[in-house]
Design a protein around this ligand. Structure first.
Ligand code: ATP
Ligand code: MG
Length: 315
């Protein structure tokens, strides 16, 4: 496999309407397959790159739904275990009119939180060109944290590279802990893909631009700063590049960052210049927000190529 990701697999069950809190009786829609690393890997597969996933689901309909979706989209699911004694992870989500989201998670003690030694197939990991780690997976529990560190070591020792999306939520973990658990991956990764808030959190520097420059000193060769509808800025030791976004109607922003990550790694694997990589990743991120549901907007290569042909990446 060229790309592997690992971590929490879950279904999302979301409020049908905006501004309907989780704590009142009302209607939900779902289940939608989700989990940040799962959205990432599904997008990589849809973009046509051989890829696989390491994770766990319960032996129930939610688990079967997730595995079926990943498989149908082309992900190698042979390292996803189906656990008969656990239920699949679930997140309930409510959206507010101001764009914020509230979650109730059933993850760390569900199947999503389990990772067994048997899933550590060194021969599988040693052939990987990019292992993508999500901050959310580092925060699931101690077992997953150790598993991510160990997998990163195996991949690096075999000549592969690590990409890291530090999508850790300050509401769930304090900043000191976020920095502590991110450090081993941040210092060994080739590419880090933060949002402005994440760059600020990791460095303690208020200004996202300066924070991203500083992140280069922590280890990575490339920092890809995600700026929502404003596109992305890419930093290397030599250069800074501003990649404009594509203009789309935003239906559901969930998963845009994960899809962007996928576009970015796929572009890097093609050996494209960074400008082309960033433009491609911006198109993937933009398409991701045009559908409701975390993984539903993950575009195919054909859809991305169509968007790149139609629009110049200029707003
Ligand atoms: P999340 O972690 O919630 O998935 P994020 O903060 O990691 O999100 P965003 O910056 O929201 O990531 O989105 C990633 C990329 O997707 C952006 O850099 C941009 O290229 C594209 N994108 C996101 N939202 C829009 C939008 N409304 N219009 C156009 N492009 C968008
Ligand atoms: Mg993100």
């Amino acid at each position: 496999m060229l790309v592997v990701s690992m971590g929490e697999l879950l279904v999302e069950i979301m409020r049908e309407r905006v501004d309907e809190p989780l704590g009142v009786a009302g209607t939900f829609v779902g289940p939608f397959p989700s989990g940040a690393p799962a959205i990432f890997i599904d997008t990589v597969a849809r973009l046509g790159i051989p890829c696989g996933f390491i994770g766990s689901v319960g032996k129930d309909d939610f688990g079967r739904l997730i595995v079926k979706r990943l498989k149908e989209d082309g992900v190698d699911t042979t390292h996803i275990q189906l656990l008969p004694d656990c239920t699949t992870g679930v997140a309930f989500v409510a959206y507010s009119g101001d764009g914020t989201r509230k979650f109730i998670y059933h993850i760390s003690r569900a199947a999503s939180g389990k990772i067994s030694d048997g899933q550590f197939d060194s021969s599988y990991l040693s052939k990987v060109k990019y292992l993508h780690i999500m901050g959310s997976s580092l925060s699931v529990n101690e077992a997953w944290r150790k598993a991510c560190y160990k997998a990163a070591e195996i991949v690096k020792e075999s000549g592969g590279k690590i990409s890291f999306d530090p999508n850790l939520r300050p509401e769930l973990l304090d900043i000191g802990k976020i920095r502590e658990i991110s450090e081993p991956i941040l210092s060994s990764c080739e590419i880090v893909l933060p949002s402005g808030e994440e760059a600020r959190m990791l460095t303690g520097i208020e200004d996202a631009d300066r924070a991203s420059q500083r992140l280069l000193e922590y280890g990575p060769s490339i920092v890809a700063l995600k700026r929502g509808r404003e596109g992305s800025w890419i930093y290397t030791k030599k250069d800074k590049l501003k990649a404009p976004s594509f203009s789309v109607e935003e239906i559901d922003p969930t998963g845009a960052g994960d899809c962007f990550d996928a576009g970015f790694i796929v572009g890097i694997l093609q050996g494209w210049p960074l400008e082309k990589v960033a433009r491609f990743a911006n198109a993937v991120g933009a398409l991701a927000v045009t559908k409701k549901g975390p993984m539903e907007g993950a575009p195919s290569l054909r859809e991305v190529e169509e968007m790149l042909r139609k629009k110049g990446g200029e707003k």
